[in-house]
Design a protein around this ligand. Structure first.
Ligand code: NAD
Ligand code: TYD
Length: 341
């Protein structure tokens, strides 16, 4: 094994897809997944790789300094990729404190361990949401890496906090850091509290489809595998101390996504229910990915029409995965969030 990669948050949506990608494309790497298994982490997601000799799963909180240092001591990682985070904007509006703890303090603990053990690269998986939002009537504007940080939600501000900390560790201690800021992902293993899987699951049960406000907010959607390939490039060829935006110029209004899902599943649009808008709801996200194309040659490979069909098919074929999730704590969450909204 020549390269050891610690992937935090690898039992979640993007982290698990990244682990599958890394095991498939770097067969000589050792991949160690560190995950606390919060409500969003699922060990069943990793069952296909659990027995691989070059894969290890460790249940651990990134805020647990002693546990993290022990793991670094044991594994001597070359690269650390930090996906671990509280990731849902609506939950951050309800209860910000765990977002500050995991997304900022936890990221700091990881960076301290990287310094102590001389890790070659710490990669912070960030989000385009740190830039705040763009107006709906200015389709000519995009987020570049130089767009000022202007986060709107407790979630995005906690992610921005980690980004600032990472840049400070680069400048102050020379920690070899890279940051990527990606647009909204979709694909297999996406937790059903998020827009696309929530609408697929509700459609399959003929339940109301709760669209916030008028459904005109715009998100820039990227198939998760394309995000994973971009991170792979950044950790190997990205320049330290640099930020890379990741996105595929695929902007869509929420309402159009929901209608598309109805069409694909043969469900009536009468299921759509307009509900009270999210507080501070960002209007539009749109990434300018010119830098990662220019420097690393990255381009998205999956067109939205193909990716969304693949995703819907995946949810149809993996009912056991999401039915187990929505039978637990999710029901209380759903009730709290959507009843009488
Ligand atoms: P997710 O919520 O599906 O998964 C998060 C994972 O982190 C879970 O497995 C959870 O158990 C784990 N985790 C949470 N707190 C932890 C802690 N304290 N210690 C260890 N593990 C912990 O999230 P996701 O959608 O896969 O997002 C992964 C990363 O990518 C996040 O950092 C997020 O900010 C970023 N991101 C997400 C998107 C998106 O569209 N989903 C877009 C851009 C960036
Ligand atoms: P989400 O998947 O939570 O991602 P983010 O807020 O990080 O972009 O939401 C995507 C968009 O869909 C966002 O504009 C909020 C909207 N939305 C709904 O209209 N209804 C829902 O039930 C959810 C979860 C989201």
């Amino acid at each position: 094994m020549n390269v050891v990669v610690i992937v935090t948050g690898g039992a979640g949506f993007i982290g698990s897809n990244f682990i599958f990608h890394m095991l498939a494309s770097h067969e000589d790497y050792r991949i160690v997944c560190l995950d606390k298994l919060t409500y969003a982490g699922n060990l069943s997601t990793l069952k296909s790789v659990m027995d691989r000799p070059n894969f290890r799963f460790v249940r651990l909180d990134i805020c647990d300094r002693c546990g993290v240092e022990r793991l670094f001591e044991e594994e001597k990682p070359d690269i650390v990729v930090n996906f671990a985070a509280e990731s849902h904007v609506d939950r951050s509006i309800e209860n910000p404190s765990v977002f500050l703890q995991t997304n900022i303090v936890g990221a700091g603990v990881l960076m301290d361990a990287c310094r102590k053990y001389g890790v070659r690269r710490f990669h912070q998986v960030s989000t385009d949401e740190v830039y705040g939002d763009l107006p709906l009537n200015r389709p000519d504007l995009f987020f570049t890496e130089d767009t000022p940080i202007h986060a709107s939600s407790p979630y995005s501000s906690s992610k921005a906090g980690a980004d600032l900390l990472a840049m400070a560790y680069y400048r102050t201690y020379g920690l070899p850091v890279t940051i990527s800021r990606c647009s909204n992902n979709y694909g297999p293993y996406h937790f059903p509290e998020k827009l696309i899987p929530l609408m697929i699951v509700n459609c399959l049960y003929d339940r109301p489809l709760p669209v916030y406000g008028e459904g005109i907010n715009v998100r820039d959607w990227l198939y998760v595998e394309d995000h994973c390939k971009a991170i792979d490039l950044v950790i190997h060829r990205g320049r330290v101390g640099e930020v890379y935006n990741i996105g595929g110029h695929n902007e869509m209004r929420n309402i159009d996504i929901v209608k598309l899902i109805c069409r694909e599943l043969g469900k009536p649009e009468s299921l759509i229910t307009y509900v009270t808008d999210r507080k501070g709801h960002d209007l539009r996200y749109a990434i300018d990915p010119a830098k990662i194309l220019r420097e690393l040659g990255w381009l998205p490979e999956t067109r939205f029409e193909d990716g969304i069909r693949k995703t819907i098919r995946w949810y149809l074929e993996h009912r056991d995965w999401w039915e187990e999730i929505i039978s637990g704590e999710y029901q209380t969450y759903y009730e709290r969030m959507y009843a009488n909204r």
